[in-house]
Design a binder for this molecule. Sequence first.
Ligand code: MG
Length: 385
Amino acid sequence: MKKILVLGISGSIGRQTWQVIRQHPEEFQLVGASFGDNLELLPELLKEAHLTHIWVKSNDTRLALKVQYPKIRFYSGEEYMIDMVLDTEYDLLVNALVNFIGLKPTLAAIERKKNIALANKETLVVAGQFVLEACQRQQVSLLPIDSEHSAIFQCLQGNQRQDVKSITLTTSGGSFRDKSRAELKDVTVKEALQHPNWSMGCKITIDSATMMNKGFEVIEAHWLFGLPFKQIKVAIHRQAIVHSFVTYQDNCTIAQLATADMRVPIQFALSWPKRLEAPSHSELDLTKTPPLTFEAVDYDRFPLLALAYRVGEKKGNLPAVMNAANEVAVSYFLAEKIPFLAIEDIVIKTCDTIAYSPEVSLQDIYTWDGEGRRVAAEIAKEFLL
Ligand code: MG
């Protein structure tokens, strides 16, 4: 029985992780969870999951729950999420948090030699070097939940990493893949949130529309699989059936195919190295799927993807700055304060404005994150609606 602690259970990945856990009661047990603003799932979990540790955002909620459930340990406040990660007894930490707040709890779990299933890509984008060093030092497995990285991870099973020639991350192209840049000028939040293939949270759906998400995934792949950027490629694949592929030195390509359902990669991260039955999604019938197509990416059309390659190569303070600027810009767009294309302008200008610093410590990353946010908010003033 694998005991699982889920950070970010109320989000899209967190809820689907709970569905997978629930479908395999003989394999998995949910022992702890952190909730965001949405507490909808809490009564169900309190009834079904035998949780021992719970983190909630508001202190008032924590105090109320503590009276009601004296046997459960409750936490609130950002800095106490680490305490929950340190106190709870579990085998696997699922990090399904959104944005950069996922870093500290992940590092705390690695120091406890707990395996990590990672859906929080910002953690690797901003601090990949430190996370990987800690994983190697503590001999911890970092299991990808992102569908593309899960696909690559699956294609690598049974093969030698040194035999890899290249990996290709597929992308559906996001909600605006058929719009020209001119047509993007006046798109609304509602339109941006309609992803053609995947059902995901708001932040990542916007990041998919700008392809910042694919840029993050390129950097994530660089750290997860230890590959130089020139060996990491991106291709547009509209059907979202081939989730990524690996080409080996002998020019053989191995791809992973499945229904576009996040419970596929979640379940593999939870069950690895085993494979379990999957009641939540059906088998892919290749005789009934539409023709599978692959197209090259136009980097002028998606400048944030091009930026991510440059930033990933240069490293230093740039990944933290790029991520911080993107978090600010996306939150402004979602609040309808800026037009869609301003997201790109704000992120690119913030990276150009802040002086490049090649050497950074883990502590510096928090400083550069703050600086990125400050400068991005300043630059955003030019674009306010
Ligand atoms: Mg992905």
